[in-house]
Write a protein that binds this ligand. Structure first.
Ligand code: SF4
Ligand code: SF4
Length: 426
């Protein structure tokens, strides 16, 4: 009887006449060359050696691609998931205001609410005072509307939260999603003082396409303002990171290469700035009349072009780690706090009733458990489709809980469908 078996969670790719194995349960990669390819025979799940003699086999055992027959990989997945939800990190997305100074043509927000009142800010702090001792880390993500319209709220709340974390010995991190138009030198300094180090800023391709889509209230384009602010950020020596999210629809596609040239010229030598290309998706079904959507497969010529210029996408690797593609909305320790105290799980569908899971009142999160369950326990737990999926250890059927709730089937991440193409990018 053989003592060993192959992992169910091995992916095999051909690359330059070699075979690359990627294991989704361990996140490890290995390369088979020459005779090793025949030895391992990736075309079959059969593998029955009496003992592991070669260095390569020992490496594959270490990386979880070969296993002792008694190992139950399903149990490891379940344990990994429990570790993920019990990791003692609290993730709060706070909307200091729900107003915005732009009117992007594909935006799903309704702008009916204003800034957080002082009372509500106190309520957030009082919630943290009571809850923080259960956690070892707190991550705050400032979101909106346009959060910088209420930078005073960010400034004063950050001061109190940072002091509280210090007092309770909790690690503090913060980031912001901003349209970048108000991110001038003064505001950027203030954010760095508030320990906001992760930035997500959107540019929709070059000036012409961006200015057609991301317009201010009077319909004026915003590219120059944002780009100048990015150059100001670059002039700082501090240690921060910017994800330059680039939404691509059919209309933007034409000019993406010239946009990439510009980004490479101005930011290509600064590793703090990372390019992120996104095919515009229509999760709430409201976009089709205003914009032509594009599929993720359309992005690969642009990825390849960017790579040929010297822009790398290595940071995508972190997505391919166990649990790396679970959306925060499925994390039981993650909440979105609206500017009026409403609690949500997802930042894309504030108008969906199912997303309004409760209210912050007097320092207490009063949530409706039935609704929370739809977000937190509604992936692989309730799915036949995910049961035998090789991608399960990465996504857990929780890539987009909103889509699962709306369409009753878990969407597979494009990173699964195009896994081989993404790996070739790294
Ligand atoms: S639930 Fe879906 S739409 Fe909402 S934040 Fe997660 S991935 Fe995005
Ligand atoms: S959602 Fe898709 S990729 Fe994710 S575990 Fe389920 S079947 Fe696999």
């Amino acid at each position: 009887m053989s003592k060993y078996k192959k992992s169910y969670y091995n992916y095999y790719f051909n690359y330059n006449n070699n075979t690359v194995i990627f294991n989704t349960l361990t996140g490890q990669i290995s390369k088979l060359e020459g005779p090793e390819i025949a030895l391992f025979n990736c075309n079959t799940s059969a593998y029955k050696p009496e003992s592991l003699n070669s260095e390569k086999e020992k490496e594959l055992l270490y990386k979880g691609m070969i296993l002792n027959c008694e190992v139950d990989e399903r149990k490891i997945i379940e344990k990994n998931y429990l570790d993920y939800i019990n990791n003692n990190e609290l993730f709060l997305i706070i909307l200091p205001t729900e107003q915005c100074n732009l009117r992007c043509i594909y935006c799903y927000e309704k702008f009916t609410k204003g800034s957080m009142t002082i009372d509500l800010q106190k309520s957030v702090i009082s919630f943290l005072e009571k809850k923080l001792e259960n956690y070892k880390a707190l991550y705050i993500s400032w979101f909106g509307g346009e959060p910088l319209l209420a930078i005073d709220v960010i400034e004063s709340m950050s001061k109190e939260i940072i002091a509280l974390c210090k007092e309770k010995n909790v690690t503090y991190y913060a980031g912001i999603t901003t349209n970048g138009t108000l991110l001038n030198e003064k505001n950027f300094k203030l954010l760095l003082n508030a320990r906001v180090y992760d930035y997500q800023i959107t540019l929709d391709g070059c000036q012409e396409t961006h200015d057609n889509q991301r317009v201010d209230m009077s319909g004026e384009g915003t590219f120059s303002k944002i780009y100048n602010n990015l150059l100001i950020m670059k002039s700082f020596k501090d240690n921060f990171g910017v994800i330059l999210r680039t939404n691509i629809g059919v209309e933007t596609e034409i000019s993406v290469n010239s946009y990439i040239d510009k980004i490479y010229m101005d930011f290509g030598n600064d590793t703090r700035f990372k390019l992120h290309l996104v095919a515009i998706a229509d999760l709430t079904g409201e976009l089709k009349s205003t914009i032509d959507l594009c599929d993720t497969s359309h992005l690969f010529p642009f990825y390849n072009y960017a790579r040929s210029k010297g822009i790398d996408f290595n940071y995508y690797k972190s997505l391919y780690k166990p649990g790396g593609m679970i959306c925060y909305a499925a994390n039981p320790n993650s909440f979105v706090i609206g500017s009026d105290g409403n609690i949500y799980k997802c930042t894309v569908a504030f108008e969906e009733e199912v997303n309004n899971v409760g209210k912050l009142e007097n320092g207490k999160l009063n949530c409706i458990n039935r609704k929370l369950c739809l977000w937190n326990n509604n992936g692989f737990e309730t799915s036949e489709k995910c049961k035998y999926c090789k991608f399960l250890p990465i996504c857990f059927g929780k890539f987009c809980p909103l889509e699962k709730i709306i369409h009753h089937e878990e969407p597979c991440p494009p990173f699964k469908k195009y896994i081989e193409r993404y790996f070739k990018l790294f």
